[in-house]
Design a protein around this ligand. Structure first.
Ligand code: SAM
Length: 208
């Protein structure tokens, strides 16, 4: 993330939007978490989303990963009061085994507040989300699409991968490709933004 985007993402209006709009929409589609839920947040940035996941969604604990060590440091200061309910790790969402030693099916939910569009190999990140979710687990996502990234203002101000960006439909198709069933989704501002929740199915015949 460059300086302009870091400032925007951490600005009071964006935080207001995240708390009072994005979290509400995600809650409408996916509901609150099961008590004690083990949650992963990919691309946690400065940790504001982690705080929402703990306080609003009711996570028991959150493992939060970000590629940028400066973000992990910032998040560490914000989240210190949650003690061992939060584990912060520097690493990539495209290889959660290397970052966190994340096992298959280890998480009840994964949250993505606007990070997958930063990853050149975004399909690998979706594959990892599907892998680490437990059957019945949920993926809460808020994403910026190719439509937004093509706008002159985005091109002028921010740095994003220039190839293989995804539209809302391509993102949803990739979830389906990895067996995740969309519980609900919505696009905003002519397809610029995508919010939704998908679930990893429970195998038939299982009690889960
Ligand atoms: C737009 S910011 C969003 C930060 C945070 N989720 C929020 O809403 O404030 C994108 C974040 O993704 C992180 N990031 C980019 N590529 C990543 C990757 N491959 N794995 C994990 N984090 C990544 C960046 O360091 C940055 O903190």
């Amino acid at each position: 993330m460059n300086k302009a985007e870091t400032a925007l993402v951490n600005s009071p209006p964006r935080r207001w939007l995240q708390r009072f709009y994005e979290a509400q929409v995600l809650m409408r589609f996916g509901g609150r978490l099961i008590p004690g839920a083990r949650v992963l947040e990919i691309g946690c940035g400065s940790g504001y989303g982690t705080q929402l996941v703990l306080e609003r969604f009711g996570a028991g604990s959150v493992d939060a990963v970000d590629l940028d060590p400066a973000m992990i440091e910032h998040a560490g200061r914000r989240l210190a009061r949650y003690g061992d309910r939060v584990r912060l790790v520097q690493g990539s969402a495209t290889d959660l085994r290397a970052a966190l030693d994340a096992e298959d099916g280890g998480y009840d939910a994964v949250f993505d507040f606007g990070i997958v569009h930063h990853i050149p190999d975004w399909r690998a990140a979706i594959a990892e989300v599907a892998r680490v979710l437990t059957p019945g687990g949920r993926f809460y996502f808020e994403e910026v699409t190719a439509h937004a990234l093509a706008r002159p203002i985005y091109q002028r101000l921010f740095d994003h991968p220039t190839e293989d960006r995804f539209t809302a439909d391509q993102f949803l198709d990739q979830l389906a490709h990895h067996g995740l069933a969309v519980l609900g989704s919505v696009t905003r501002i002519s397809g610029d933004y995508l919010l939704g929740v998908a679930a990893k199915p429970v195998p038939t015949g299982s009690d889960g």
